[in-house]
Design a protein around this ligand. Structure first.
Ligand code: LLP
Length: 414
């Protein structure tokens, strides 16, 4: 299963449910997710990893509980980057020893939560942070299991906003600072149990992933030489997905196979391989269904104005990302429409798409399962969109959008 399909009626469906039916109760804009497709994706990755690996879902991609629970049931742990995400992962039933926690600036209360709940490891991103983790472990009477997130200084061929592993990024411990990080760990009584890295998002080939893993393999030897017993290597996430027709990317199991081969060749003994994919697990299994408000002719340009905007899906505005837009039903000759939302920003623009003329009532914005809802805002006093979850060929849960009155009450301080 991979995203929306058109059945005999020529109407677009996701997970076996017609999209027009899926949004009947919730109205639009609405994210519709196929939980079976997500589970199938996860099972393939978990199987590729086998018993010597753990797939920690990067919950930042989409934190909706039905999705997180589906992934946990399929055998995933969780990768979190804030105390809020950690609370969410635990509330969804993730076992603490399957949770890893990265993030360049963790507050004391967030470190305390991670330490007292006994997660698998806190991935430290600086020498200064190791010292703070050691201090919080003393203050809370806990022992600190730490992973060293190393900045591998590998350039990923991706959008500048989502490249994290190059040497000017704020993330990770620079290779040259490793001796200081190890000294701080020893002095602070911290147990270093892992090394990790994340090169960036939307990797379309395995090369940068493997290049970063090679750096980690070097680091393993250095960490062990200081007497630390490592239990896993975390190669990060970033597996790309195709957003455009004809675009190709390596699939998740291929990233795992490349990483495993690289690790095995290095012969490091019993070390688990941890991965942190987000987008690759959920992007294709979610669409954002939107109602056409009206067309607008402006000189020679044809705008198609829809009820979803950049506050619902910010990726086009923030990264110049392209998300395919399909008519939910209806035929007719295709013409190029420039599709835009109602938000008062010129960047609220989904680009040019071939769609019927006259326009359909509903359109579906594809690959909206990752970094859609989780990055949504209430800008322009627009409520967070509805969410509809599909499994076993039917709608299993509907979350309506809160009314604008809830947002108004907040502005009034009520
Ligand atoms: N692990 C770490 C440490 C990360 O920083 C990230 C993403 C991931 C895992 C998961 O990456 P994924 O497998 O989803 O590519 N909002 C952007 C993506 C930002 C990713 C930030 N870090 C977008 O919509 O493209």
């Amino acid at each position: 299963m991979s995203g929306p399909t058109r059945g005999e009626s020529s109407e677009l469906a996701l997970g076996g449910v017609l999209l027009s039916e899926a949004v009947r109760e919730s109205g639009t804009p609405a994210f519709v997710y196929d939980l079976d497709g997500i589970a199938e994706n996860a099972r393939a990755l978990v199987a590729a990893l086998g018993a010597r690996g753990l797939c920690c879902y990067a919950i930042k991609a989409n934190g909706a509980a039905p999705i997180v629970r589906t992934l946990i049931a399929a055998g995933c742990g969780v990768d979190v980057v804030s105390g809020g995400e950690l609370e969410l992962a635990l509330a969804c039933g993730a076992r603490p020893d399957t949770i890893v926690y990265s993030g360049v600036a963790k507050r004391d209360d967030e470190l305390d939560l991670a330490l007292t709940r006994g997660i698998r490891a806190i991935h430290a991103e600086s020498v200064e942070e190791i010292e703070r983790i050691a201090a919080r472990a003393r203050a809370t009477g806990t022992s600190a299991r730490v992973g060293l997130r190393v900045n591998p200084a590998v350039e990923a061929d991706t959008h500048a906003h989502i490249a994290t592993g190059h040497d000017e990024a704020k993330f990770g411990i620079a290779r040259e600072d490793l001796p200081r990080a190890l000294a701080a760990s020893r002095e602070g009584g911290v147990q270093v149990v892992a090394v990790s890295s994340h090169v960036g998002s939307m990797l379309m080939t395995t090369e940068p992933y493997v290049a970063a893993l090679r750096v980690l393999i070097d680091v393993v030897a250095e960490v062990r030489s200081h007497g630390f017993a490592l239990s896993y290597v975390d190669a990060g996430g970033g597996f790309g997905v195709p957003y455009r027709d004809g675009e190709r990317s390596v699939d998740g199991p291929a990233f795992v196979a490349a990483a495993r081969a690289t690790l095995d060749a290095a012969d490091l003994g019993a070390l688990q391989l941890v991965i942190e994919p987000g987008r690759a697990l959920v992007a294709a299994h979610g669409v954002l269904v939107s109602r056409v408000i009206q067309p607008k002719r402006s000189g020679t340009r044809r705008w198609l104005l829809i009820d979803a905007g950049m506050n619902d899906l910010i990726r086009p505005a923030l990264y110049q990302a392209h998300h395919r837009i399909l008519p939910v039903s209806g035929g007719g000759p295709l013409v190029d429409w420039r599709v835009a939302g109602p938000v008062c920003e010129s960047s609220d623009d989904f680009g040019v798409h071939p769609l019927p003329d006259p326009p359909p009532e509903l359109v579906a914005i594809r690959e909206a399962g990752a970094y859609g809802r989780s990055m949504a805002s209430t800008y322009n006093v627009r409520p967070i969109a509805a969410e509809v979850f599909v499994a076993g060929g039917r709608v299993v849960e509907v979350r309506r959008a809160p009314g604008a009155s809830a947002l108004v009450a907040r502005e009034l301080g009520q």
